[in-house]
Design a protein around this ligand. Structure first.
Ligand SMILES: [Zn+2]
Length: 478
């Protein structure tokens, strides 16, 4: 029993390599077990706010095991998945079986654009609420429901969210978040000026401002840009992705956006297809991983970016190298010429330390909100609402984290995974609708505090960050 336990839990498949030709039997068993976990979950046992580790995982039946051991069906599922991704290229982040969400929110964009054009034409936004239009919308919604036959719960929630989004102004849809990011640039410049002071307090204030502003620009800015949440224009969207990811964050736009939107969002907590393994560094001690290693993120980021350029077109690789260098050089130039740093090394040290100011919570947030929650077998992936409801967790509101990371990464992460193209402000606005709906459907709406999650990860580091959590639990009782 012991050897079986070690073999299975020690072969958690790497997210990016699995699903190809050389799948080992123990990996298949690992995935099988997780699928069974997902299939046997008792929805009624998980209520709002309940922690993921409280779930009860019944043992699988023999027939289910046989089914999961069928390698051919497993490989077919990967082929289906890849086909699905390819067909979704125009609007990344929308998973199988939920085409209606894309349709609905695209409709909403059209309605929003139409509303703005009416305002420009002096017709006034109230024309959007005329009885004729309302009747037409209701009729269209009814037809939509009929078309779907058995009404999808995701479709129903999408309609509710659509209504909220439709009644939102441009300021709520994009304006506030754009203003926060713009204010981040102003704060960064104020930080450079304050760093020129020889007094300790203004110097430290400048350092803090620079660090927080850098996080606003690189985390919130890059994240919203990756989801095309800053603009409706495709060209501008592409420009902002390259600007925020390469110039500001020193990472590659192609690989960064792809990893986040097409791996992390499309395959959240799907074993072998998601990106949770990229956060695991099992050779590190728990305290080193949680509190020291994150400080190296600003140094590691451009190096990882360079290592990812080998398979991109030469033109793209040269652009990425140029823009990353430009961003780092601009930061260095400002420290020398505005902040008055005298030595090269002190300027470089200040640059990387300020970039690392919030990198500890950055790593924490990324692992707290997915790892330790339910994971799913690729061939038995659930509907997206269940996938996100079980596999995503919200942290409470926090002024610093809300401001620098954005609501979609902190207190509205569930909403963000269900509707990835919404801005931070819209995620906050639809949060009551989503939480109420999931609760009514007896689906989990996972919430936990930062401190509670931190304690859990330190206490269960081996289980959560070295072995996959649910797998070891289930194998342990077999
Ligand atoms: Zn996202």
């Amino acid at each position: 029993m012991d050897s079986e336990y070690v073999t299975v839990s020690g072969n958690i498949p790497h997210e990016n390599n699995l699903g190809r030709e050389n799948m080992h039997a123990d990996e298949t068993l690992t995935m099988c077990i997780n699928g069974l976990i997902q299939n046997n979950l008792d929805l009624s046992k998980i209520t709002k706010g309940q922690k993921a580790q409280d779930k009860v995982f019944p043992q699988p039946s023999a027939s289910e095991q046989d089914c999961c051991w069928n390698k051919e069906s497993l490989e077919n599922s990967f082929l289906r998945e890849e086909g699905n991704i390819a067909s979704n290229n125009t609007c990344p982040g929308w998973a199988e079986g939920d085409q209606e969400d894309r349709h609905i929110l695209q409709n909403n964009t059209t309605i929003g654009a139409d509303k703005e054009s009416r305002v420009h034409q002096g017709m006034g936004p109230t024309s959007d609420n005329t009885p004729g239009l309302i009747q037409r919308r209701e009729y269209a919604e009814q037809q939509d429901k009929k078309r779907h036959g058995k009404e999808s719960v995701m479709h129903e929630l999408s309609l509710l969210v659509q209504k909220t989004v439709r009644n939102s102004s441009w300021w709520e849809r994009r304006g506030l978040d754009i203003s926060i990011i713009a204010f981040g640039f102003i704060c960064a410049f104020a930080g450079f000026l304050l760093l020129a002071s020889s007094d300790a307090f203004p110097f430290l204030l400048g350092f803090t401002l620079l660090g927080v502003a850098h996080t606003v620009i690189t985390v919130k800015g890059s994240h919203l840009a990756s989801h095309n949440a800053l603009t409706e224009s495709k060209c501008w969207s592409k420009f902002w992705i390259v600007f925020f990811l390469e110039v500001c964050s020193a990472f590659t736009a192609e690989k960064g956006a792809h990893a986040h939107v097409k791996l992390h969002h499309a395959h959240t907590n799907i074993i072998g297809l998601g990106d949770s393994s990229t956060w695991k560094l099992p050779f590190l001690n728990r305290y080193v991983y949680m509190f020291i290693a994150p400080l190296a993120v600003p140094v590691i980021t451009p190096l990882v970016a360079l290592s990812l350029l080998w398979d991109v077109p030469l033109k793209v690789a040269l652009r990425t190298i140029f823009l990353i260098s430009l961003g780092l050089w601009a930061n260095y130039w400002l420290l020398i010429n505005i902040s008055g740093f005298q030595s090269v090394w002190s300027a470089i040290l200040c640059m990387f330390l300020s970039r690392a100011l919030l990198s500890i919570p950055y790593v924490h947030v990324n692992i707290f909100q997915h790892i330790g929650l339910a994971m799913f077998l690729p061939e038995k992936r659930p509907k997206r609402m269940q996938q996100m409801s079980y596999g995503v967790l919200n942290l409470p509101r926090n002024p610093i984290l809300d401001w620098s990371f954005g609501h979609s990464l902190i207190n509205c992460h569930v909403e963000h995974h269900l509707f990835p193209n919404l801005s931070d402000q819209l995620c906050l606005k639809v949060k009551p609708v989503v939480s109420k709906y999931l609760t009514e459907q007896h689906l989990p709406y996972n919430e936990d505090t930062y401190l509670s999650r931190l304690k859990m990860f330190i206490r269960q580091y081996e289980e959560l960050m070295v072995h996959a959590p649910a797998i070891t639990d289930l194998v342990g009782i077999q």
